[in-house]
Structure formats: C-alpha cells, structure tokens
Design a protein around this ligand. Structure first.
Ligand code: ASP
Length: 401
C-alpha cells in the first residue's frame, strides 16, 4: 500500500503563493498580467459560495438556537461590540493622521470646501434591510436582506414543529455540502492568491507608491496597532487564550481578505477558520460572521479617519475637535454602509469628506493607491469580525475549550 504523503498545511501553500506572487509581480512587471484570469476565477468561485452558504448556515444556526430570546441577546452583544470596535478604529486612524502627518507639506491649492451633505437617512437604511422578494435579494446578493429572510425562515421552521423538521434537515444538508464546496474552492487558493498579488504588484510597482508612502504607512501601522491592541486585548481578556492562537487560527482568512480585498468574498473562509481553528460553534459563526462581513468594517473606518486628516493636511485646512468628533460619527455610519467588495470604502469616503467640509479632490488623489490601502483595511475588517465572533461565542459557552 502506498505510504500516505505528509500533507503540507494549506496556509503554507497560500503564503508561498503570496510570496512568489510578490516576487513575480516585481520581476516581470506587466508581463505577468496574463495570470489575471486565475485570480479573477478564484474571486468568482469565492463569490459563488456566499449566497447558498450564508442562507443555509444562518437558517441552521438560528434553528439550533431554538429560543428567540437567545437570538436577541446574541444580536445585541454582537452589534454593540461591532460599533465599539469601529469607533475605536476611527480614533486610532485620527491619531495616526496626527502623529504621522501624511499630508503635511503637500500644499495643494484647495478648491473651496464643498457643502456638507447629509448622510443617508436612517429610515432608508432600515427599510432597505427588508426584502420585498427573497429570491431577488439572493439573485442580487443583498446580504442584509438575505440575513433578515434567513432569520424569519429559521425561527418559523422551529415554530412549525414536527412539520418544519424536514425542511430544516434539507437546509442542514445543504449547509454541510456548502462547507465541502468551500474546502474544495480553498484548495485552489494558493494559485488564486499568487495571481492576484502578482498582478497588483506589477500594476502598482513600488516606485508609484513612494509619494504616498506616508499615507500607506499610516493606514498599515494603524491597522496593525488596532489588531495588536484591540483584538489581542479582547481575545486575551475574554477568552483567556493567547492572541497568537487567535491570529494563527484566522490567518487564512486575513490573508485571503488582503489579496481579494473583499470581506464578502472572504466570508466562507472566515466561517471555516472560526469553526475549525478557533472552535467557534456553527450557531455563532453563522449569525455573527455574515452580519460582520456586511456591517462591521474596522479597517475601513480607520482608513477613513486617516484619509480625512490626510486631505485636511494636504489642502492646509484645520479640522476642529468638533469636526473630528463628527468624523467619528459619519465614518462609523459610512463603514456600516460600505459593501464588502473591493474599493467600496473609497466611495463611502466621499461621504465622510463632504460631511466634514473637505475638498472632494482629495478623494481623487487617493484613488490611485486605493487598492493598496484596501488590502490592509479589508484584512482588518475580516479579522475584526472573527474577533467579535470568538468573544461572543465565549460569553455564550459556544467556544470549544
Ligand atoms: N474592500 C473592503 C471590504 O470588503 C471594503 C472597503 O473598500 O473598505 O471589506
């Protein structure tokens, strides 16, 4: 009988793909862009997982709670943690902007500050959460609407008692199958990661980044600090486990987020890492993580704080303390409204910038390097979701010892 080969852990292969990709991008430049389809296919495959995986696992998760009260309690804890970590992220972003002064000395002639524009009305956001047609919501990948429908469906299946059981068994089987599909797609990750990073490095080469090195540094250092202070702190305080255990457990998701620049596309991997490596129950991951991938964006919020200050400095505008407090509020709302797709944070930055009365030209200035900033912020967005899932699981007795 053939001896079983010792398997190389997937994360090593993904890391190798990443490093080789950086080298290939730097060495071959535009000549490497022929690998682009491989990266695009990888992202498409990840997107293919989202709707069936989120719907089926959320229904199973809600039904397994069996008690609407528990759902309410978990929901409140989750949302509170999401909001607090987001606000802290913006404060760290503003602090980085003050410390590193990324826009100082650029002295760009400002066109008069634009009029403040109101953020989207809360009522509109609330109404938009409810799907008129759940099939349409799934076809369009409207995450919040899918989450709301799955909550109804899971609770109703429990209320239906005996007669609800067959449908739950079917959805459970779909969820299990989708976990396997996720594992299959993940085995393709090293190649996808290689292609994505090679193309990015070839496009944005190191020299292009030089003038913006400071802002890139501010966002990257801020993101790292947020992870080291807030996530490490939360994990060790609440779970009594080492932060290293947490970061190791979630690293496949962090790295995938970094290269795909999409929280939504990374979601299946985040769920898998949280369940398999961190021991968070399916119940918790299936509720907390899809919600997080949709509304919790610590990295995006932090980036908006840094960028607002960068723009103010570059155009020589003084931001009062009050204006900065306003930025904390609008950036929290803007990050909630940011879709988990590449570049969405840049679009929402326009909201923060107009609200703070800063010139819109600043956003255009940042657009050129957005892909680089997006990598760091998406990695933090996803890691933050997993951190909250771990903490909530712990408080609910849903974390494996
Ligand atoms: N790309 C980010 C994400 O998917 C969103 C953003 O652009 O800030 O989490």
């Amino acid at each position: 009988m053939a001896q079983e080969r010792k398997k190389i852990p997937l994360i090593w292969k993904i890391t190798a793909g990443f490093l080789l990709g950086v080298a290939a991008g730097a060495l071959f430049g535009p000549k490497i862009t022929w690998v682009e389809p491989v990266g695009k296919i990888f992202i498409t495959l990840l997107q293919m997982l989202i709707v069936p995986l989120v719907f089926s696992s959320l229904v199973v998760g809600v039904a397994s709670l069996g008690d609407p009260k528990a759902l309410g309690r978990i929901g409140i804890k989750t949302i509170a943690l999401y909001l607090v970590t987001t606000a802290v992220a913006i404060v760290i972003g503003l602090a980085m902007g003050h410390l590193l002064q990324p826009g100082a000395g650029m002295a760009i002639e400002g066109i008069a500050a634009t009029e403040g524009k109101a953020p989207p009305a809360l009522a509109e956001v609330l109404i938009g959460m409810f799907p008129r047609n759940p099939i349409d919501a799934m076809a369009k990948g409207q995450m919040l609407q899918i989450i709301v429908f799955a909550l109804f469906f899971g609770i109703a299946a429990i209320l239906a008692g005996e007669r609800g059981k067959p449908v739950l068994a079917l959805v459970d089987s779909i969820a299990e199958t989708m976990y396997k599909v996720t594992a299959l797609v993940m085995s393709f990750a090293p190649y996808g990661v290689f292609a994505l990073i090679a193309v990015t490095v070839s496009k944005y080469g190191l020299s292009v980044m030089a003038p913006f090195a400071k802002i890139i540094g501010a966002v990257f250092i801020g993101c790292t600090l947020h992870a080291l202070l807030i996530y490490s702190g939360l994990v060790s305080l609440m779970t009594k486990k080492s932060p290293l255990w947490f970061f190791r457990g979630i690293q496949e998701a962090t790295l995938t987020a970094f290269v795909t620049r999409s929280s939504s596309a990374t979601l299946p991997i985040t769920m898998r890492c949280a369940q398999e490596n961190l021991g968070v129950s399916e119940k918790i991951t299936s509720f907390v993580l899809p919600l997080g991938a949709t509304i919790n964006m610590d990295g995006t919020a932090l980036y908006q704080g840094v960028c607002a200050l960068f723009i103010a400095q570059a155009f020589g505008i003084d931001l009062s303390l009050g204006a900065q407090a306003g930025i904390i509020v609008t950036a929290t709302l803007a990050s909630i409204g940011t879709a988990g797709v590449p570049g969405a944070g840049l679009i929402m930055l326009t909201l923060v910038v107009t609200q703070a009365g800063l010139p819109m030209e600043g956003v255009a200035l940042l657009a050129g390097i957005d892909a680089v900033l997006d990598m760091a912020r998406t990695a933090i967005n996803v890691t933050g979701d997993a951190c909250v899932a771990t903490v909530v699981a712990r408080t609910e007795g849903e974390l494996e010892a």
